[in-house]
Design a protein around this ligand. Structure first.
Ligand SMILES: NC(=O)c1ccc[n+]([C@@H]2O[C@H](COP(=O)([O-])OP(=O)(O)OC[C@H]3O[C@@H](n4cnc5c(N)ncnc54)[C@H](OP(=O)(O)O)[C@@H]3O)[C@@H](O)[C@H]2O)c1
Length: 252
């Protein structure tokens, strides 16, 4: 679908990849972008840089009243970009508590699902459009240093594929975006080769415009998807080896 003249809403748009998505949507000719942040002040730099085409909204995707208020404030939306996400802790056993896992589920899974279900009637009522979900290479396989996070991203992928079927009769296309490590605050304490968030946002929205439903935006995501098909047996050993190496050399 063409993004020119669309009216988009981006969650977690105050920084990182979400800010790049908002700016790339403007570059592609979106008429308006509702940029959402946990606070309105966090959106000031984006608003100051881009003027009236950016409309700031306060939105915590885990708060029902915030989601309802966003629907009321942004009734002209045709593209929802579920970008907000958190990465809280290491593996499930090591954390010793499920509280951090529940927080990750609340944002990465239920937040994404609640926003999608709340905005689907809005998008359908405006003649159709798209829901774009920021998933991860971690949706495709579990990398133990990020065990619970990967589980949330796998669930988010499954929801994406479910909504793709359920919403198609309403004229809503549902896209999934996959990437490996991206150079944002989320991974600031993690070493490794990281992609530029501007490149990821550009590749993702180029894929949307080309009608690719599951979009691998960088080399790591492409490699992982190919390996799952061509050499799945080798993957688990590699995952464990990388996790061992991670615990020896890095900390979160
Ligand atoms: N970084 C990576 O390597 C990587 C790789 C693949 C996929 N991703 C995914 O890409 C997306 C963006 O991540 P990022 O790398 O840009 O991370 P980031 O810089 O930490 O940004 C995350 C964004 O989500 C917002 N957010 C957190 N909790 C929220 C909530 N409850 N409701 C609404 N917004 C909330 C944050 O707001 P505050 O700034 O106010 O905290 C921030 O704007 C996430 O879904 C992430 O899982 C990241």
């Amino acid at each position: 679908m063409k993004l020119e003249n669309t009216i988009a809403l981006v969650t977690g748009a105050n920084q990182g990849l979400g800010k790049c998505y908002a700016e790339e949507l403007l570059r592609l000719g979106a008429a308006k972008v509702y940029a959402c942040g946990l606070t309105l002040e966090s959106l000031d730099p984006l608003c100051e840089a881009h003027g009236a085409r950016i409309v700031p909204l306060k939105l915590d995707v885990t708060v029902r009243d915030d989601v309802s208020a966003a629907v009321s404030a942004a009734g002209d939306v045709t593209v929802l970009l579920n970008n907000a996400g958190i990465l809280e802790h290491k593996g499930l056993v090591e954390a010793g508590s499920s509280e951090a896992f529940r927080r990750e589920m609340a944002v990465n899974v239920f937040g994404l699902a609640d926003m999608s279900l709340a905005f689907a009637p809005v998008i359908a009522g405006n003649g159709g459009g798209a829901i774009i979900n920021m998933l991860s290479a971690a949706s495709l396989a579990n990398f133990p240093p990020f065990g619970s996070y990967c589980a949330t991203k796998a669930a988010a992928m499954s929801i994406t594929h479910c909504l793709r079927y359920e919403l198609k009769t309403q004229g809503i296309e549902v896209f999934g975006i996959y990437a490996g490590l991206i150079d944002t605050d989320m991974l600031k304490s993690i070493r490794g080769e990281k992609s530029d968030p501007e490149d990821i946002a550009a590749a993702a929205l180029k894929g949307v415009e080309a009608g690719i439903m599951d979009i691998d935006t960088d080399a790591r995501a492409k490699w992982l998807r190919a390996t799952l098909v061509e050499d799945p047996e080798s993957l688990e050993a590699l995952q464990h080896e990388r996790a061992d190496d991670f615990y020896k050399t890095q900390s979160m």
